[in-house]
Design a binder for this molecule. Sequence first.
Ligand SMILES: [Zn+2]
Ligand SMILES: [Zn+2]
Ligand SMILES: [Zn+2]
Ligand SMILES: [Zn+2]
Length: 311
Amino acid sequence: MDSEEDMHDANDVESVDDDFYSGETEDTPMDYSCSEYDNNDELEYDEEEEEEDDDDDDDANFDFVEDDADDSIDFESRRAEQNFTILKEIDIQQRQEDDITRVSAVLSISRVASSILLRHFNWSVSKVHDAWFADEDRVRKTVGLLEEPVVKFPNARELTCGICFETFPRDSIKSAACGHPFCTTCWEGYIRTSINDGPGCLMLRCPDPSCGAAIGQDMINSLASDEDKEKYSRYLLRSYIEDSKKTKWCPAPGCEHAVNFEAGNGNYDVTCLCSYGFCWNCTEEAHRPVDCGTVAKWILKNSAESENMNW
Ligand SMILES: [Zn+2]
Ligand SMILES: [Zn+2]
Ligand SMILES: [Zn+2]
Ligand SMILES: [Zn+2]
């Protein structure tokens, strides 16, 4: 295993708190403890106490009560739901949509612009809000969200493509918010190449080398092939999990669920809907109460020992 990367992850987890609950439940205290829910005896206690639970603490009030435990896997996942949530693809899409909608509403910008911003700030709604309200101009410049074109051709009937230098009727030319003119064929080639180069296409900029205008999903959708649009959407979905500090894919082979980890109370054991139990911090198999560092050393030792089988 790659212990360096794991140590990196272990360090990363320290910063989970800072953008955690990205705006959704800013008034939610994190003072509830997992251990209260750790055994079945206490589930009954919870049912009795349910009425008295804080109403403003939605996450802690997860629904044991209406859960008949007829589906044991589902029940298991609910039991520990206070510090992690398993996300199926449809949940991931929904959350991503919700975050895009929220930022778009709060900043009064388009959903395409909101998506570009969120991607830039690793899908942290609170970081987008903080940065934007601290210095909107700076954020716009960094991310490439222009308020008005940098070049204008108010009366031109024909325009010259900045890539192939051929002249086209104006309606055969497309531009991002910056106004730099390129013909459809050149745009298509530019976008196809970028999407097929990998997830960097999510941060695509105007082809003009002097320009940093962001190319959003609206341009992609109007200029990419169906297959490439699909690839772009997959990258966008993956980015939501892989670039956010609060989420990871379940490491079980073939499992496509993700885990959203919500609280830093020291218990990193999570159980996926696929039933695989793992440590969210180091993504090794669940190892509570042994700490991640010790597990990493054990794994290193074991692999070293199995390499030189001379004992
Ligand atoms: Zn061209
Ligand atoms: Zn441009
Ligand atoms: Zn899984
Ligand atoms: Zn661990």
